[in-house]
Design a protein around this ligand. Structure first.
Ligand SMILES: Nc1ncnc2c1ncn2[C@@H]1O[C@H](COP(=O)(O)OP(=O)(O)OP(=O)(O)O)[C@@H](O)[C@H]1O
Ligand SMILES: O=P(O)(O)OC[C@H]1O[C@H](OP(=O)(O)OP(=O)(O)O)[C@H](O)[C@@H]1O
Ligand SMILES: [Mg+2]
Length: 285
């Protein structure tokens, strides 16, 4: 059985379970379930605190896990990311009251409050800045108001929380984060479940592709085919089939969902007709 760590709470939890469900795995029905055996797919899911997932995977007790890149790096566990999952996107940034500092180098002697002390300490050390780090569990923005710290380092998505607290971002992001699949790199290496891990990754990649692409079909006069295919090159190459009506061909190609409407307009202008898009439910590339 492949042993997989899944976040049980917070921003990562629901999208991670939704993605696993789309990939054909059983998911828990009750949030209090801690372990779920999906015997049909030969995997066992362990629902754990997001912050602990890299620790379990790094120790080799679990084969792989879903967590945030920021949590992985903060933990300094013996684990690496093997697939980016495209949700829970955020940046990790410093912020303070306006006028406090405009660059990390000015933090010397100050106190930085954060829930990610590992990340912050190594970033400060890289910049050779001697500042204190206070670890808080959450709501770190309030640390400035209460005089616990001059600077915070925290997850920023829309920036609303910082704005509401009257804080401004300082300098470039420390990190861009998103949900990732991780596996251990420690003693013993990746273990003996490699083919199962690869199968799991293919399933998850299949979901990513199904979410990002649609299938597009259209008919076009043969002399316009090259121009049309330039708009819809597909992942490898489009399928082109003859139509009964001489001089016309049917084309089938995958296109990015985000670009589908623009491409349909351009194809129509080029003379294509019967332009259809259909959703992809699952795939293996
Ligand atoms: N507002 C947000 N938008 C996107 N990602 C976020 C946001 N808040 C946290 N994350 C991401 O979620 C992960 C942290 O998960 P965790 O469950 O510890 O915190 P949380 O989602 O803030 O939950 P909580 O604070 O309620 O425990 C990190 O990878 C972080 O980048
Ligand atoms: O840029 P924004 O869109 O405002 O999102 C970022 C905020 O979201 C998270 O907080 P959460 O609600 O999880 O509370 P927490 O501080 O207790 O973790 C994070 O810690 C930031 O505070
Ligand atoms: Mg939080």
């Amino acid at each position: 059985m492949l042993r997989i760590a899944v976040p049980n709470k917070g921003s990562l939890s629901e999208p991670a379970s939704a993605m696993l469900h789309e990939a054909g795995y059983q998911q828990r029905k009750d949030r209090r379930e801690l372990v779920l055996s999906d015997t049909e797919n030969e995997v066992e899911f362990f629902f754990l605190r997001p912050r602990d997932i890299a620790v379990y995977v790094g120790s080799g007790k679990l084969d792989i896990g879903i967590t945030g890149r920021d949590l992985l790096l903060d933990s300094a566990a013996d684990a690496e990311e093997i697939l980016q999952l495209g949700f829970a996107g955020s940046t990790f940034r410093y912020a303070a009251r306006p006028g406090t500092a405009s660059d990390v180098s000015e933090f010397e002697g100050m106190t930085v409050a954060t829930s990610f002390p590992g990340l912050v300490r190594s970033h400060l050390a890289e910049h050779r800045v001697d500042a204190s780090v206070v670890r808080l569990d959450g709501a770190v923005e309030t640390a400035i108001q209460l005089g616990v710290a001059e600077v915070i380092a925290d997850v920023v998505e829309t920036g609303t929380t910082l704005r509401n607290a009257g804080l401004e971002i300082i300098s470039q992001p420390i990190l861009q984060s998103e949900a990732v699949v991780i596996r251990g790199t420690g003693a013993g290496g990746p273990g003996g479940e490699d083919s199962k891990v690869q199968q799991f990754l293919r399933r998850m990649q299949g979901v990513l592709v199904a979410r990002r692409y649609v299938m597009m079909d259209y008919d076009i006069r043969a002399e316009r085919l090259e121009a049309a295919v330039a708009l819809t090159p597909g992942l490898e190459s489009p399928t082109v089939s003859p139509l009964h009506d001489q001089g016309w061909v049917a084309v089938r190609s995958m296109v990015r969902t985000k670009e589908a409407q623009r491409i349909m307009d351009d194809l129509y202008d080029l003379g294509a007709r019967a332009i259809l898009t259909t959703g992809i439910h699952a795939c293996r590339l």
